[in-house]
Design a protein around this ligand. Structure first.
Ligand SMILES: C[S@@+](CC[C@H](N)C(=O)[O-])C[C@H]1O[C@@H](n2cnc3c(N)ncnc32)[C@H](O)[C@@H]1O
Length: 340
């Protein structure tokens, strides 16, 4: 049982051995402890953008003891069975605001209303609402593993013309070379095998198509790190880059995002901390070869282990509901312009 409780980190072990030659980050004023020195280089599309040269070692491997209680498909299903009831009102205001969403979607280059877009792990459609500002809703498909989350998306008038389907991010029901844009916001942390999900993103895109994955970043503060490791996957920024590159993406970029009232603080990690993009250079499937899918939402589980993992995961999740409130209080109390 101990091993059932503690598994979940296996997928990341291999990442620790690979160091990409250069990692590009689209700039913002958010700074991780990992990158103390910034080197400002010109970037053709955005004059405010900065390219950061990492000084830390890339992709340190994670301890195998990280339990990641909700990073399993059955657990994610039940987690969202309940969370979907309050999701838009409780989760988004603390972690994923409209201005963050619009900033995070900017690198996705949604410049043409006729683009065919898939929003994977689209949930209640909060990110999709940002997508349909730029693309006709009839060209957008929302996919999610949770029928309860999708039921909320179906109620939104602006999303009435979107296609809404149940499915798994690691095994997408779209043909190869199908979409112009692949967007996924706040979902990767629940995928047991994120590399597989990113390989799927590559497969379903057309040549020249762009993937945009928005997700958490790993905390450096000890208590936040403890709860992050307990709860779900909080990738390091360099891990995103490596997954994209291994899947075959080119021009991989990472833009740092975060709630305004954090004043750029990243030490507690962020549920929505970066927007990573990559371009598919060739048509067809990803060059990356992976074995069979490890987990399925339909797979039976040991009920006792499941319940225990679920409760522990929910406790850790509660910590991350409180962090934005704590940061908001600090932002109110500490004079503007001072670090918090
Ligand atoms: C934090 S919510 C984000 C929802 C939405 N993208 C947004 O921006 O508000 C994460 C979503 O990912 C979905 N999800 C988790 N694992 C998934 C998987 N393997 N395949 C598809 N969706 C998944 C969950 O059901 C949930 O709706």
């Amino acid at each position: 049982m101990a091993s059932s409780l503690l598994n979940g980190a296996e997928n990341l072990k291999h990442v620790g051995l690979i160091s990409p030659p250069r990692v590009s980050f689209l700039g913002s004023d958010f700074h991780g402890n990992c990158f103390p020195n910034r080197v400002l280089l010109p970037y053709i599309r955005n004059s405010n953008a900065k390219i950061l040269v990492p000084k830390c070692s890339l992709s340190a491997s994670r301890p195998a003891s990280q339990p990641r209680f909700i990073q399993h498909k059955k657990e994610a299903f039940w987690f969202y069975r309940f969370l979907s009831i309050v999701y838009d009102h409780v989760i988004n205001p603390g972690h994923w605001t409209e201005d963050m969403r619009d900033e995070a979607l900017e690198p996705a280059d949604l410049y043409d209303r006729r683009m065919r877009v898939v929003d994977v792990g689209g949930g209640t459609g909060f990110t999709t609402l940002g997508i349909v500002k730029h693309v006709d809703a009839k060209n957008v498909t929302i996919l999610d593993q949770s029928p309860h989350q999708l039921a909320k998306a179906k109620q939104k008038a602006a999303l009435k013309e979107c296609k809404i389907i149940e499915g798994d991010a690691e095994d997408l029901p779209f043909p190869t070379d199908y979409a112009d844009r692949y967007v996924s916001a706040g979902s990767i942390e629940y995928w047991p095998d994120p590399q597989r999900g990113i390989k799927e993103a590559y497969r379903v895109l057309k040549i020249g198509g762009k993937a945009c994955i928005i997700g958490p970043v790993y905390p450096t503060f000890w208590l936040s790190r403890f709860f992050a490791d307990m709860w779900m996957l909080f990738p390091k920024e360099e891990e995103y880059i490596e997954w994209f590159k291994k899947a075959g993406f080119k021009d991989v970029q990472l833009k740092k995002i975060g709630p305004k009232w954090y004043r750029g603080v990243r030490r507690h990690g962020l549920i929505m901390g970066c927007s990573v993009t990559g371009v598919k250079p060739l048509s067809g499937d990803s060059p990356l070869q992976l074995g069979p899918k490890a987990e399925d939402v339909e797979k039976p589980v040991n009920r006792f282990v499941f319940l225990l993992r679920f409760i522990l995961g929910a406790i850790a999740a509660t910590y991350f509901v409180l962090v934005p409130v704590y940061m908001w209080l600090k932002d109110q109390l500490v004079p503007k312009g001072m670090p918090i």
